[in-house]
Every structure is written in C-alpha cells, then in structure tokens.
Design a protein around this ligand. Structure first.
Ligand code: FAD
Ligand code: NAP
Length: 545
C-alpha cells in the first residue's frame, strides 16, 4: 500500500467518529456510536459488510465456535428472530446474518464500500484525525477506531515463481465471489492450518486429484457439525441472557466449554481416557480444555497430545501418511487448534496425496505446478491457504502518524505495544478493536468485539459528558500492561510454538506473543475497573492540543 497520500478530490468531510472496517466490529461500532448521537462514518475495503465472512468464501469455511454463541448479544430481538441452521454456521450463513444486521439496524447508510483507508495523521492543534482514502477522499474525525480485523491481511508464501504459474491460483482469504469449479482438475493446496483443514475435504469431493503440500502438521479435532436442533435452539433462546453472562465470565468467551478444575496428572489413566473420549465425542475445541494444566505443564500437554495423535493414526489407514499428519513439533493448543469435518478421513481417498515438505522441501512454483526438491508436481489450480499477517497487519498497512509525525510502524518496529489492546501511547483518540494485548484471537471473538466496542463507546460517551476531548494512554500504564501480558504468556507453553500468535509466520516480523492470555473474564474486569476509575492509565484533556 502506498504511503503517499492521493490529493483529495473534494473538501474534507467531517465526522465525530471514523470507523475503519465493516465486519462484526465495525457494524456494532456504527450502531453504538450513532446511537449515542455521534456523526459516524465507516470505510470498508470490501464491497459489502462481513469482514472475515465477506472475504473467506472458500469451500468449507465455517466458524468453530457454535453459532448460537458466535453471534451478537446486543439486541435480544435480533437474538430471538435469527434462526441458525447448523451447529457451526457456514460462511454464507454468517455473511447473511451480518447483512441482516446491517439492514435491520440501518447501518449501511453510514458505510462507504470499496474504499481503503491509506493514511491517518493526527493534527494535535485541531485535535482531529485527518484520514485519507485510496479514492482520494479526506475525512476529518475526532475519534478514529480501527476495526480492521486480526486476520484480514492475507499472506502469500515467500515461494519463488508464484507469478509464473500458468493455471488459476487463489488465496483462501481473498476467494472469488463466483464458485470455483474444481471438477476434473488437479488441485494443489499449500498449507495445512485451520483453513486448509476445512477446505481440503470439500475440494477432494469435486476435484480429480488433490495434492496437499504440508510443511507442518496441525492438531485437528472433529467438529461434530450437524443441523441445528430446533428444540435446542429454542432452549438456548429462552436462556440467552444467562448464556451471555456465562460467556463474559468464562476464560474464552464460550459458555459451553466446562472450566477445567483438575490436572491431567491427578486423574487415573482410565479416567483421563474417559474424559478425553467425552470431549472428542462432544466435538469442537473444548477437548483442549479438559484439564487445567494443558497449556502450562508439558507432561499434562502430552496426555492430550498423545490422545489426539492416537486418533489420527486410527483414522488414517496408511500408517506412513498418518505419521506424516501427526504433529510432534509443538504442544497441543499452543497453535490455533483446528476443527474439521472428515479432514483425516480425506487422506484415505484415492484422489488425495499428501506431499510432506519436511522430507521433500518445496523449491519453487513453475508454470505447470509445484517443484519440490525431488520432483515437479503438475497441477491445474493452486490454492494458497497460507494464512494472514495477523493482528498487526491491517493496522500497519495504514500509514498512521501522531501529532509529532511519528508513525505507528516505527513505534511498533520491535513489536506491538498497547494499553489493554485498546490504545497506543502517543496516539490520542485512536482506538483498536481486539488489538494486540487483548484476548482477541484466543477467545470467541464476537464476545471480545462486543466488549471492546462497548468499552470504546462508553469511553467516548463519558468524555463527552465530562467535557473532555482528548484521551491518550500513558506510557507507564502501557509498559505495565505489556509486562503483564508477557508475564502471563511466559507462564504458559504458548510462546514456545512457532505460531502466528507470535508473528513467526511472517519473515522479519518481531517475535512477540501478541494476544492476552489472562482470559475474557479477568480481562473484562480489568477494563471495567479502568473505566470506573475515571480511565486510569490514560491522560484526559479538556482542550485540544
Ligand atoms: P474482520 O471481520 O476481519 O473485518 C475487518 C474489515 O476491515 C475487513 O472487511 C477489511 O476489509 C476491513 N479493512 C481492513 N483494513 C482496512 C482499510 N485500511 N480500509 C478499509 N477497510 C479495511 N473467530 C472466532 O471467534 N470463531 C471462529 O469460528 C472464527 N472463524 C474464523 C474463520 C476464518 C476463515 C477466519 C479468517 C477467521 C475466523 N475467526 C473466528 C476470526 C474472525 O476474524 C473474527 O471472529 C471476526 O469475524 C472479526 O471481525 P472484525 O470485524 O474484528 O474483523
Ligand atoms: P495458518 O494457520 O497460518 O496456516 C497457514 C498454513 O500455510 C500453515 O500450514 C503453514 O505452514 C503454511 N505455509 C505458509 N507458508 C508456507 C510456505 N512457504 N510453504 C509451505 N507452507 C506454507 O492460516 P489459516 O489456516 O488461514 O488460519 C489462520 C487463522 O484463521 C486460524 O488459526 C484461525 O484463527 C482462523 N480460522 C478459523 C477457522 C475456523 O475453523 N473457524 C478456519 C480458518 C481460519 P507452517 O505451519 O509450516 O508455517
């Protein structure tokens, strides 16, 4: 993205709050801020609302938090009228839901689509953000809220020759709107993260052949997805308020996961096995929360990892393929655990071949296919499911500068530092939704998004009623928070994994464990205490400048 501003074609438009992004976060921000009487605008790069669910249209895309939980809580009427059709909603349904929200609450009139924010410069004298778009528009706003998403910047792999490939190629995070027809084709899939694990079984049903290029195997758990049971849906709807309270009081924002109370090492091998079998049968990521020390104690972790490894070997008929699919290089649950429908079973199909890049490394992409050290693998279509420049990518794609002209890129050159994942010292009146330093990607994100949007909206409302115009995180409060985030992470096994949580998937990105591991409930209490204390850790000014 160019850092050079395009000259404005029109006079700057002025709003109270500018929201960047129109996914779950941006939509709710528009609703809340406009409801408080603010003049609001949202700018969205896509042609419609949905964010993640607008861009990630690959076959098999669906949530892995149950639909009834992966939904807004702010409107009891919305909760009651929307009918989910599956236990885990697929991408088209989630996007329909978000479109419905945008229409039901009349949010679209504040959103400008097909437009990217390229630059935002804070004018200290005027106490305003001057924002530039790629369409040459300038917008001035008192409040700038980045609802740009944690997983919204697709990352292409650093493989030589990608541009030479003669067939069609797609990144999962930028999937075409028209269905891709794989019939009769040989399809190469690069990557074996959550995305591929959903996509491969679907592509294998249609394509003549699928070649999966795997560098690192991941742990995947069965989803047990099923049509939504109408009675169960009704039961939850009758108890929605209680469920929402439980979500906010839980570590992960998911009410249906039991809060583990026992160590994996304190129960007998027979009981452990029964507990793990129950989690496996229930489906979803809850299995990783069977014991309270899975992400703290290597021995406890091994109990769960060993269980899943045995399941992989039981599912995949070829023992060599099973072993290649079995993760042995990281602790289970320290990289995003995957959830699938028939992923491992797909390798029993005659038209699916696993290419183990640890044994035969990927060298280049050629016009005809993928070259590994030992051979050329001809393919007609290439799918890159190679992930995202996560958590900081979208923020840093915008040239954000403070009143002293210092850029956020320079400020975060050694890794992101934030106060509560909401604000950055030196950057007044700038908020982030689910920024680094908040539970974000380690939680049910809709719960975390609503908590952030509520906190930001309440803060802006409080400032207005108290005659304050400028809020900025204090450097000492930020340092204290960053230390706390690191201490909590260092007490776990998370930081040991080469995951996108640490930026390890992007060459040159500073290695910092970005999300906050203290849990949704504890984090929510800390944010509430900051607000109740009159925004402790922030400097608040009545006057601009
Ligand atoms: P996004 O949905 O990412 O929206 C951000 C929007 O900002 C995008 O539309 C983007 O175009 C726009 N934008 C970014 N930069 C700019 C700019 N400079 N100018 C203009 N517009 C910009 N989370 C869960 O909790 N459970 C799940 O099951 C789950 N499944 C997922 C499945 C996939 C395939 C992926 C990729 C993520 C998944 N997530 C899941 C995480 C998901 O990203 C969040 O749950 C949620 O949708 C994020 O909403 P958001 O509004 O914060 O960000
Ligand atoms: P990802 O987890 O980052 O996986 C990317 C994959 O691409 C990895 O297997 C990686 O291998 C591989 N890769 C990258 N560069 C490569 C190269 N040069 N050569 C070979 N392989 C390469 O990305 P993702 O699968 O898109 O998932 C990202 C996140 O989105 C998830 O963790 C999750 O939070 C969310 N998501 C959720 C769901 C869901 O179930 N609801 C579905 C999809 C996505 P290495 O591991 O070796 O780097």
């Amino acid at each position: 993205m160019s850092a050079q501003p395009v000259p404005p074609l029109t006079a700057p438009s002025t709003v109270d709050a500018l929201v960047v992004g129109a996914g779950f976060a941006g939509l709710y921000l528009v609703h809340r801020l406009r409801g408080q009487g603010l003049k609001v605008r949202a700018i969205e790069a896509g042609s419609d609302v949905g964010g993640t669910w607008y861009w990630n249209r690959y076959p098999g895309a669906r949530c892995d938090v149950e639909s009834m939980e992966y939904s807004y809580s702010f409107s009891p009427e919305l909760e009651q009228e929307w009918q989910w059709t599956e236990r885990y909603a697929a991408q088209p349904e989630i996007q329909r839901y978000l479109r419905h929200v945008s229409e039901r609450f009349d949010l679209r009139r504040e959103i400008t689509f097909d437009t990217k924010v390229t630059q935002a410069i804070y004018d200290a004298g005027a106490n305003r953000w001057r924002v530039q778009t790629d369409r040459g528009e300038q917008i001035e706003a008192t409040w700038l809220v980045m609802a740009t998403g944690c997983l919204s910047v697709p990352k292409l792999p650093e493989i030589e020759g990608c541009e030479r490939f003669a067939g069609a190629s797609y990144h999962s995070g930028h999937w075409p709107h028209e269905p891709v027809d794989f019939s009769g084709k040989t399809v190469g899939v690069i990557g074996t993260g959550s995305t591929s694990i959903q996509l491969i079984p679907k592509v294998a049903e249609q394509a003549a052949r699928v070649l999966v290029f795997q560098r690192t195997p991941n742990f995947s758990l069965p989803s047990r997805n099923a049509p939504m049971d109408p009675q169960e849906q009704q039961r939850i709807k009758q108890n929605y308020r209680e469920m929402r309270t439980q979500q906010r009081r839980s570590p992960t924002g998911v009410s249906s996961y039991p809060i583990p109370t026992r160590s994996a090492l304190e129960v007998s091998p027979e009981e452990r096995e029964q507990m793990l079998e129950a989690g496996w049968a229930r489906g979803g990521t809850g299995l990783g929360r069977t014991f309270n020390d899975v992400v703290r104690d290597p021995a406890a972790n091994e109990v769960v990892a060993d269980f899943v490894r045995r399941k992989i070997h039981a599912k995949v008929t070829n023992p060599e393929v099973a072993e290649a699919l079995t993760p042995r290089d990281h602790y289970i649950a320290t990289k995003r655990i995957c959830v699938d429908t028939d992923y491992y079973e797909t390798y029993n199909r005659p038209n699916v071949t696993l290419v183990d890049l640890r044994r035969d490394p990927l060298v280049s992409i050629e016009p005809q296919g993928v070259r590994t050290r030992d051979q050329l693998h001809p393919v007609d279509v290439l799918v890159y499911a190679t992930g995202f420049d996560a958590m900081t990518g979208a923020m840093l794609a915008v040239d954000i500068r403070n009143g002293a002209g210092r850029s956020l890129r320079d400020t975060w050159a050694d890794g992101p530092k934030t106060y509560l994942g909401l604000a950055v010292a030196g950057f007044p009146n700038l908020f982030m939704v689910t920024g680094p330093g908040s539970p974000s990607v380690l939680s049910n994100m809709v719960v975390s998004i609503e908590q952030h949007v509520d906190w930001i909206s309440d803060c802006i409302g409080w400032m207005r009623t108290h005659g304050k115009q400028r809020i900025e995180a204090r450097t000492d409060a930020q340092e204290h928070w960053v230390t706390h985030v690191n201490e909590v992470a260092d007490a776990t096994l998370f930081a040991k994994a080469n995951s996108w949580y640490t930026g390890a998937n992007v060459p040159g990105k500073p290695r910092v464990f970005m999300p906050y591991l203290g849990g949704v409930a504890a984090y929510g209490e800390k944010c509430a205490a900051v607000a109740q204390g009159g925004y402790t850790g922030f400097v608040l000014d009545a006057a601009a400048g």
